[in-house]
Design a protein around this ligand. Structure first.
Ligand code: PSU
Ligand code: MN
Length: 316
């Protein structure tokens, strides 16, 4: 594949893309704003190791000094984990960060955009953004959903956290035409919990089936013909947290409600809500939510690597 010359690759990622081997994109907001230091950097390294063990190449995405990085080396990962100049940047922020030569930690939305530019089709994260509670009035709907309808990338996540309105999030994804697949379950998962009370729109039994859906989407259903451009768009693969790491929904619900109350009391809104809530839930649960978070991210990385490998080995 020809490399996009506007992006900066690590040698490992460059080589994998050029030779058509499976690559898994990873986001950086989860490192800089989703977990405390030093667990964030350690988790980032472990997640990369899981991707490699499963036969794919990890590409953690961030903006450093205005340069869009596809793959970070170890000192860069460390810097991302500690340096407060790495703001949380969504798709709207990318051009400003690049033009002004700044640092930025990419969200699911902006990581999808960069993965799309790099030709990386599979991306692993923890949880995706969605419609915030009260979003029908506040219009706080994550750009992650918009980007899922625009970039040709499959996001593997543990579903949507119940800090959000899960029902409305699934409605918006349906409206945007985004396939939502849950791996091995008919119920859509809610990050810390395998259940959410919502049926998954679609189910697949294996990573290979998920890869086949992606092929059908991108090579058939969305494909252009006779000089006509294809339709853009991604997919969401929900991967329930492993049984032994799960915090049951009934147990986490009051903690999430408490965190939401604390947030309202502090008047926190907009892009600061998700980082605040993640940190507050770690405090309220005495670190238990962090343990669950780390377990589910690694699980998603393993599945994403298998999907990427199956996708690479498949042609329609
Ligand atoms: N959900 C999580 N962990 C996270 C995020 C979401 O469980 O770290 C981060 C991701 O980077 C996601 C972003 O893209 O928060 C969504 O933020 P917002 O709701 O402001 O779009
Ligand atoms: Mn928002």
């Amino acid at each position: 594949m020809t490399l996009n010359p506007r992006l900066e690759y690590t040698p490992e990622v460059r080589d994998a893309l050029q030779t058509g081997r499976p690559v898994v994109a990873l986001e950086s907001t989860i490192v800089s704003h989703g977990m405390p230091y030093p667990q964030n950097v350690q988790t980032a390294r472990e997640v990369e190791a899981v991707v490699r063990q499963e036969g794919a190449v990890p590409a953690t995405i961030a903006v450093i000094g205005g340069r869009i990085k596809v793959g970070l080396n170890d000192p860069e990962l460390e810097q991302l984990g500690q340096d407060p100049t790495f703001g949380k940047i969504s798709t709207r922020d990318l051009p400003h960060t690049v033009a002004l030569g700044r640092n930025g930690a990419t969200t699911v939305a902006s990581t999808m955009r960069v993965a799309h530019l790099a030709g990386i089709r599979v991306f692993a994260t923890g949880g995706t953004g969605g419609v915030h509670r009260g979003g029908a009035l506040s219009m706080d709907v994550s750009a992650d959903l918009t980007e899922l309808s625009r970039s040709q990338v499959c996001v593997v996540s543990a579903g949507v956290k119940s800090i959000l309105d899960i029902g409305l999030t699934l409605e918006v994804l349906e409206t945007l035409g985004v396939p939502v697949l849950t791996l091995g379950s008919t119920e859509f998962p809610s990050f810390y919990s395998r259940s959410s009370g919502f049926t998954s729109p679609l189910t697949v039994d294996t990573p290979e089936q998920a890869a086949a859906v992606l092929r059908a989407k991108w090579d058939v259903c969305d494909a252009g013909m006779g000089g006509q451009p294809g339709q853009p768009g991604g997919a969401l693969l929900a991967n329930p947290i492993p049984h032994d790491a799960e915090i049951p929904a009934a147990e986490i619900a009051p903690h999430i409600d408490a965190a939401l109350r604390d947030m309202d009391a502090l008047g926190i809104t907009g892009k600061d809500t998700t980082p605040y809530l993640l940190g507050r839930i770690v405090e309220i649960t005495g670190g238990r939510s962090l343990v669950a978070n780390i377990a589910l991210v690694k699980n998603n990385a393993a599945v994403a690597a298998r999907v990427a490998a199956a996708y690479c080995g498949m042609n329609m």
